[in-house]
Design a protein around this ligand. Structure first.
Ligand SMILES: Nc1ncnc2c1ncn2[C@@H]1O[C@H](COP(=O)(O)OP(=O)(O)OP(=O)(O)O)[C@@H](O)[C@H]1O
Ligand SMILES: [Mg+2]
Length: 174
């Protein structure tokens, strides 16, 4: 089974296509965690996933609402946990159980949707099946103009179902 994948995109549209490629076959119960610094492309990726799930309404990051729900081939639950941490950028950021109860986290996980979580580091320990997608600016040895729109995307699959999805995704992207 495939656990890791490194892929590069060179344009915002390509990051959306990569997300759509995954969204095409995500199923209810699948969880995707999305990481990356400000402006890396998390929202572009999420918009692609939504497209692959046949979501028609526009998708933005639910920074203030924490959770947004969209209708699609299966429902898409899009969470942004950033505001629930004292320090979201810490290496092991801590979420209080109360804050998760407050947003109804467990109900969403047991529900009938695909759950896409931005800044999900603090819930990883509670999950046994998920894809984590980390988007970052490409680091080049030599500064080059090409670097401006290149993104390195590191995917990790935890659990058997996630590894199956990763395999399907890699094959479909090839
Ligand atoms: N290969 C690429 N993939 C995605 N976005 C890219 C790429 N190259 C350039 N960009 C640009 O980077 C920005 C990514 O914005 P986006 O809102 O998706 O990032 P984000 O990670 O959600 O940021 P934030 O943390 O502020 O929510 C956009 O301006 C986009 O045009
Ligand atoms: Mg965003």
């Amino acid at each position: 089974m495939l656990r890791d994948w490194l892929v590069t995109t060179s344009q915002p549209e390509e990051t959306q296509r990569l997300g759509a490629c995954l969204g095409n076959f995500l199923q209810a119960g699948d969880v995707v965690l999305l990481y990356g610094p400000l402006g890396a492309g998390k929202t572009h990726f999420a918009q692609g996933v939504a497209r692959g799930l046949r979501v028609e309404s526009p998708v933005t990051s639910p920074t203030f609402t924490l959770v947004a729900e969209y209708e699609g081939r299966v429902p898409l639950i899009h969470m942004d946990l950033y505001r629930l941490y004292d320090d979201a950028e810490a290496s092991e950021p801590i979420l209080t159980p109360e804050s998760l109860v407050q947003i109804g986290f467990d109900d969403y996980l047991d529900g009938d949707g695909v759950v896409l979580i931005e800044w999900g580091r603090g819930v990883e320990a509670d999950l046994d099946n998920y894809l984590s997608v980390s988007i970052d600016y490409a680091k080049f040895d030599e500064p080059s103009d090409d670097g401006v729109t290149t993104r390195q995307i590191a995917v990790e699959a935890i659990g058997e179902m996630a590894q199956r999805r990763l395999w399907e995704w890699v094959v479909a992207w090839a």
